[in-house]
Design a protein around this ligand. Structure first.
Ligand code: AR6
Length: 166
């Protein structure tokens, strides 16, 4: 697996799949989720609503991943995943690993070769950057199907530094 670390906006990446740090409702939110829906347009929300009306009636569980169109973005698909909320009392790192692995599996099912990830759970869900970076990088090291490139697209210098050091 080729792994790249860049600082920038994930919504403008020229990749097959953009991974979204969503919530279980799949109906949008703030942070990178809001940015992806704004950039991709209403087609993404329409597909998310259809998923909720179908087999994801109870929402997308933490750690799982599901694909939709990327709408107007350059990418072909968005893979939505739900990161765990950070807890100081409980070790939820297996769920953060699962987000990354299941996102890669969903991308491989589509035949994707290039996948961009944000720093899942490090915003609203408060996961410390250094820890999240180590978990994310370990999770994507093994090849998965057609995927040959993973690019972490980080917002801000602190996130870029944490991933670079990890
Ligand atoms: N490109 C790349 N990274 C970004 C962008 C962008 N355009 N915008 C924000 N980030 P967050 P979470 C970074 O809060 O912690 C939402 O409301 C941001 O700086 O988006 O997994 C969802 O609906 C941070 O480093 O996701 C959920 O309810 C990282 O993306 C909840 O937030 C993740 O921050 C998910 O929380």
């Amino acid at each position: 697996m080729q792994i790249e670390i860049v600082e920038g906006d994930i919504t403008t990446q020229d990749v097959d799949v953009v991974v979204n740090a969503a919530n279980s409702s799949l109906l949008g939110g703030g942070g990178v989720d809001g940015a992806i829906h704004r950039a991709g347009g209403p087609e993404i929300l329409a597909e998310c609503r259809a998923l909720r009306a179908g087999h994801l009636g109870g929402g997308l569980p933490v750690g799982r991943a599901v694909a939709t169109t990327a709408g107007r973005m350059t990418a072909r698909w968005v893979v939505h995943t739900v990161g765990p909320v950070f807890s100081a009392e409980e070790d939820r790192s297996a769920l953060l690993t699962a987000c990354h692995r299941n996102s890669l599996l969903a991308a491989a099912e589509l035949g994707a070769e290039t996948v961009a990830f944000p720093a899942i759970s490090t915003g609203v869900f408060r996961w410390p950057l250094d820890s999240a970076a180590r978990i994310a990088l370990a999770a994507v090291r093994e090849p998965v199907g057609s995927v040959r490139l993973v690019r972490f697209v980080l917002s801000g210098e602190a996130a870029f530094r944490a991933f670079s050091e990890a």
